[in-house]
Ligand binder design. Structure first.
Ligand code: NAP
Length: 235
């Protein structure tokens, strides 16, 4: 199979860094986005792919995206949303949206792109989990729950697709400096940096480089794994 990848939510943050890291290693990378067209187009220009709008939570939009991109040999399920707050302050709409994007979006993309991979008996899927998927986070109950679901989804799908020579892994980042974590105060950041063995918050490239390594043929016997990228979290 040709080295053609799709990164969902590739317009900013970890997704954009991942698209660029993959392109450096010879992948043609299609860049999905929901709102930030210009940013997505700028990344796609550098990765040789197409910038394609689709709300991953919407199965029909994902199928329309597949019509534009064609089959891919690597799917990076990166698109995600987070909403912090006391569970009792989270509205049913916010709860539903986090599950719709973070986990149903993953189902929609796999449901749409996996049949091509099964046909080729080759392919890879890399999902964005989070350390909160195992640790849980205060004020992050729904987000943590979606990421716990991503971990179970990854392990189960790896078992299902292994016989078709398709690998499924996830990365579980710690705190990474992106728009998603932009609301953290300087104080919070310092505390989070202190809580890592590496004494710093992560950068999108810290995650992107690991995803690009996982995508390499040298990891051909690695599947069903959840790889922590957290600078050695010590809390
Ligand atoms: P970010 O900077 O907020 O970027 C989110 C990306 O997802 C954007 O490209 C956005 O597109 C896209 N997106 C959002 N909703 C979408 C939808 N419904 N359909 C398609 N695309 C959608 O986020 P990030 O921090 O890079 O996070 C990327 C992934 O890593 C997420 O799954 C997140 O949960 C996970 N993660 C992040 C951290 C962290 O500390 N940052 C830690 C652990 C895990 P537009 O630009 O068009 O809006």
């Amino acid at each position: 199979m040709q080295k053609i990848a799709l990164v969902t939510g590739g317009s900013r943050g970890i997704g954009a860094a991942t698209a660029l890291a993959l392109a450096l290693r010879g992948w043609t990378v299609h860049v999905n986005y929901i709102e930030q067209k210009e940013k997505a187009e700028a990344i796609a220009k550098r990765t040789g792919g197409i910038a394609v709008q689709a709300d991953v939570a919407d199965q029909q939009q994902v199928e329309a995206m597949r019509e534009v991109t064609g089959p891919v040999s690597l799917l990076v399920n990166n698109a995600g949303v987070a909403q912090s707050g006391l569970l009792t302050d989270i509205t049913p709409q916010q709860w539903k949206r986090m599950f719709d994007v973070n986990i149903t979006g993953m189902y929609n993309c796999c449901h749409t792109y996996v049949p091509d991979m099964v046909h080729e008996k080759a392919g890879q899927i890399i999902n964005l989990a989070s350390i909160l998927g195992t640790m849980g986070g205060s004020f992050e109950v729904p987000y943590s729950a979606t990421k716990g679901a991503v971990i179970a989804f990854t392990k189960a799908l790896a078992k299902e697709l292994g016989p078709s020579n398709i690998r499924v892994n996830a990365v579980a980042p710690g705190y990474i400096q992106t728009d998603m974590t932009a609301q953290f105060s300087e104080e919070d950041r310092a505390a989070l940096a202190d809580a890592t063995a590496m004494c710093r918050i992560g950068l999108p490239e810290d995650v992107a480089d690991v995803i690009a390594l996982l995508a390499e043929a040298g990891t051909r016997f690695v599947t069903g794994q959840i790889l922590g990228i957290d600078g050695g979290l010590i809390i």
